[in-house]
Design a protein around this ligand. Structure first.
Ligand SMILES: [Zn+2]
Length: 475
């Protein structure tokens, strides 16, 4: 074989420099990295963090080139079919450029566009294959980063953290828009998953349940501040209306009783748990929590138990969607009502109050509500007419109303929770993100981010970001 046969063919295009292959770029990078390692060895003021950052910086360019090449090849290999109805596209034209922000920097791809006669829409099939949305310029990985960060911290901070940790620059407004877009997508997916859960829940359950278990459902609500109707405050106030600012975020959790346990250190944990938090009103909570409970095994449960504080809406919802479930009033909530009786009788003296409350509290826990209520009724009969008697009468009524829900003795025997601490801790955690000083939301904006946060908490993140389904981390 002659030497001339090994010479590369002359380039057909008019470029002056032949494109460098990934392998060539890789070889150059490796040489640079070796130099960085040598520099690091003699730098007395550098630790491992310095070389980590340097390697990240150096390899960025190669990763960007590989991502661009991968995206372009995938785009070129995509058949010109409508991604929605799978019909062949007509009026095809190639070379439509789009620049996308990836984890490694901006990449530019040329794609083919065509018209779908059935959908009567222009389509770019490569975009669907690559996971790019019609609007926005983020790759799926960057979409995910924006969604996760914005659901965990204020957007301003998220933008800074993103750049600090990954080098991806996303100004606050762009990150906000991207997270909102992902949140709206999450809401659509949630609706679909909830419908599927209900359809499956209504059918037969062939699965064999080895150990019968109880399903625990807890509900609560907390307030979020919104500023819908921006700029209308003055007008509304002139009309004598106070613009509504605070709105309920309805929250629920559900888990199997046998998934409750303790860490080695004795801390209570629930190994698998479903979460719901929504601004879509009581109706939204009812549908979402029911679907979540079905996904977590409500259909196969030997029984169900709803635990909550005394709010009327909760018990109505429980009767409606969990009609077979037993109901329990949160023990600590019941004790607060006993304490209100104590204060009406004894005033605010903490020591006296505790002396009176202690035995009743223990009795309520160990024996249930019957004797406690009887004791309070006896006290009431001895009180003269007045504000104290009024308060005691009100609280006795309350306890009567919930008497069937205070089976704490039975709960202890069965190893069931007596309080709704699980949902209360969920409320506290979500409030840490959504209820910060000076924060105002819009009803669309908070629901989008709440929905993202629930996908994360429910370990369903990979359904929203399928590139995560092969991941080894928690999701
Ligand atoms: Zn179509």
């Amino acid at each position: 074989m002659s030497l001339s046969c090994q010479a590369p063919k002359p380039c057909d295009c008019h470029c002056t420099e032949p494109a460098e292959s990934l392998a060539e770029k890789g070889a150059r990078l490796a040489a640079r990295l070796e130099q960085s390692v040598r520099d690091f060895l003699v730098a007395t003021d550098q630790n491992l963090g310095n070389i980590e950052l340097e390697l990240e910086r150096q390899s960025q360019g190669l990763c960007r080139a590989a991502a661009e090449q991968a995206a372009q090849k995938k785009a070129d290999a995509t058949p010109p079919l409508c991604p929605v109805c799978r019909q062949a596209l007509s009026r095809l034209s190639a070379g439509h450029e789009r620049t996308v922000k990836t984890r490694f920097g901006d990449v530019t791809i040329r794609r083919t566009r065509g018209y779908c006669k059935r959908c009567q829409k222009w389509r770019v099939p490569a975009d669907t294959v690559l996971g790019l949305e019609d609007t926005g310029s983020s790759s799926p990985r960057v979409q995910e980063m924006a969604a996760l960060l914005a659901s965990k911290m204020p957007v301003e901070e998220a933008s800074q953290v993103l750049e600090h940790l990954t080098g991806v620059r996303m100004p606050r407004p762009t990150l906000h828009r991207e997270a909102q877009r992902q949140g709206q997508r999450a809401r659509q997916l949630r609706r679909k998953l909830d419908e599927q859960a209900k359809a499956a829940g209504a059918g037969p359950h062939p699965e064999l349940v080895l150990e019968p278990y109880q399903m625990i459902v807890q509900m609560d609500a907390w307030n979020i501040r919104e500023r819908d109707g921006w700029g209308q405050t003055k007008r509304l106030r002139q009309q004598g209306q106070e613009p509504p600012r605070w709105h309920w975020v309805y929250t629920g959790t559900c888990f199997r009783l046998d998934h409750r346990g303790q860490t080695e250190g004795g801390r209570p944990v629930i190994s698998e748990r479903g979460f719901v938090a929504t601004r879509e009103g009581i109706d939204g909570l009812r549908e979402q929590l029911h679907a979540e409970a079905l996904r977590r095994g409500l259909g196969q449960a030997a029984g169900a138990l709803v635990i909550a504080d005394g709010a009327v809406w909760i018990w109505r919802l429980a009767d409606d969607r969990f009609p077979q479930a037993r109901q329990r009033l949160d023990y600590y909530h019941a004790v607060q009502h006993l304490a209100a009786v104590g204060r009406a009788l004894l005033g605010e003296d903490g020591q006296k109050l505790e002396q009176w409350l202690g035995p009743l509290r223990r009795q309520l826990k160990k024996e249930g509500s019957v004797k406690v209520i009887a004791h309070l009724e006896e006290l009431l009969s001895c009180l003269p007419v007045g504000p104290a008697a009024q308060t005691v009468a009100k609280e006795v009524n309350y306890l009567h109303e919930h008497a069937q829900r205070m089976d704490y003795r039975q709960a202890r025997k069965r190893g069931e929770p007596i309080g709704s601490g699980a949902v209360q801790s969920t409320c506290r955690q979500t409030q840490c993100r959504f209820k910060r000083p000076g924060q105002y939301w819009s009803s669309q904006g908070d629901e989008a981010l709440l929905c993202l946060d629930m996908f994360w908490r429910n370990n369903r993140w990979s359904l929203l970001f399928p590139h995560r389904s092969t991941d080894w981390s928690r999701n």
